[in-house]
Design a protein around this ligand. Structure first.
Ligand code: PMP
Length: 407
């Protein structure tokens, strides 16, 4: 369906050549983490082999090379999401780290007793618990946007929830459990009409959907490097200059300061104010390489291929006797959650694994959502552009075989 040479592209990912339990690996756990192309692995290694050095500190040659590479990666990220300034890109450890940074600093300065924060029913634990902590400390209330049976946000209810107590809205772009693509543009516009800032959790969107922060206008947007073909322990917090300047520092330490005396510290400017200590230099550089790799293939081509794969997977999975989809939103990306008859997801996952097929089973860090659907968990197949129709056929056959053994 697209001009992409997938057989060739798959050769870029060494792990995909592997056998698991004597069968070629079929990797459908991309929502948990994506595989890394060789260029990313090489970029990380090259830092340690050729210019390992601390950033922003030394005048010596290696430190300058490392600093340049680290700041180049920041520019690549800024370009990818069309940030107006590269100082609006803060390198973090991942989505969780970015949300904690915002929840912690926002609540210390801007949340007080009687205020409220809005999240949605389909949030990952990492976009629930930091806000619970923040609300608890401030005496504020956490409010939750309900969803329909299909797993879509009740936008009418959301609109009615936006009263004067609301100081923050934090929602996911794409649900990691249901695959629902939320109408983030509308969510942001409705909040902004009341001057309420919005954080978008883009952990499951950044690798599938083109994001232009100047068009979308979130106040904050966070994602993890490891879900966009980059290394673990890397991530990005985008924030508007205005908000990042308004927030107090998160962690104190080296690099985030301009001058320190025992009486008073002057904080550094953006983005360094939020990057205390020696950062994950190699990781962030390799994250830049991952984004360049993705840009070379082309996000529109990737998007088109993934949509075709999703449609094919749904069409074929629907044919399985007793299958039930958890979440059946009209607008979906990357993720399919299902159960077959009353088979426990763990049993299904184990039998699939024996056939070399990697899926995720369980609650996917969305326990409240599982409670809403009254299921113990789901089997989740999450796909990406390097997956193939043949792999989907193997998944469908594998689910049928597992069902016949378990029923
Ligand atoms: N939000 C969503 C929607 C996610 O899918 C994930 C990862 N599963 C996270 C947040 C947390 O990301 P990380 O563990 O990389 O911090």
């Amino acid at each position: 369906t697209t001009g992409l040479d997938i057989a060739q592209i798959r050769k870029d990912f060494p792990i995909l050549q592997q056998q698991v339990h004597g069968k070629p690996l079929v990797y459908f756990d991309n929502g948990a983490t994506t595989q890394k192309p060789q260029v990313v692995i090489d970029a990380e290694a090259r830092y340690y082999e050729e210019y390992n050095s601390n950033v922003h500190r030394g005048v010596h040659h290696l430190s300058q090379v490392a600093t340049d590479a680290y700041e180049k990666a920041r520019h690549i990220v800024a370009g990818y999401i069309n940030a107006a300034h590269s100082h609006e890109i803060i390198f973090t450890k991942g989505t969780t780290d970015g949300i904690n940074l915002v929840a912690n600093t926002m609540s210390r300065r801007f949340l007080k007793a009687g205020d409220s924060v809005i999240i949605s029913s389909m949030e990952h634990h990492s976009n629930i618990v930091p806000w619970q902590i923040a609300c608890e400390e401030a005496g504020a209330t956490l409010k939750v946007i309900p969803i329909t049976e299909k797993g879509e946000l009740r936008m009418d209810v959301y609109e009615s929830m936006l009263d004067d107590t609301v100081k923050m809205v934090a929602v996911t772009y794409v649900s990691n459990t249901l695959g629902t693509v939320n109408p983030v543009q509308d969510i942001i516009a409705l909040a902004h009409a009341r001057n309420i800032p919005v954080l978008i959790d883009a952990a499951q969107a950044i690798q599938h959907i083109s994001i232009d922060v100047q068009a979308l206008q979130p106040d904050f947007l966070v994602f993890s490097g490891h879900k966009i073909y980059g290394p673990t322990g890397t991530g990005v917090l985008y924030g508007t200059t205005e908000w990042l300047n308004k927030l107090p520092p998160y962690q104190g330490g080296g690099d985030m300061i301009k001058t320190v005396t025992f009486a008073k510290t002057i904080y550094n400017e953006l983005p360094y104010k939020f990057e205390a200590g020696t950062p994950n230099i190699a990781g962030s550089i390799a994250l830049g390489t991952a984004i360049e790799y993705l840009q070379q293939i082309g996000l529109p081509e990737i998007q088109q291929r993934e949509e075709a794969l999703m449609a094919y997977a749904m069409q074929e999975l629907r044919k399985i006797d007793g299958i039930r989809f958890i979440g059946d939103a009209k607008n979906r990306s990357g993720v399919i959650s299902f159960l077959v008859h009353n088979i426990h997801p763990f049993d299904m996952g184990e039998l699939l694994d024996q056939q070399g097929i990697a899926v995720r089973t369980g609650h996917h860090c969305t326990e409240p959502l599982m409670d809403l659907f009254q299921v113990p968990g789901t089997v989740r197949a999450s796909l990406t552009f390097y997956n193939t129709k043949e792999e989907i056929d193997k998944l469908v056959a594998g689910v049928k075989r597992a069902a016949s053994m378990l029923l």
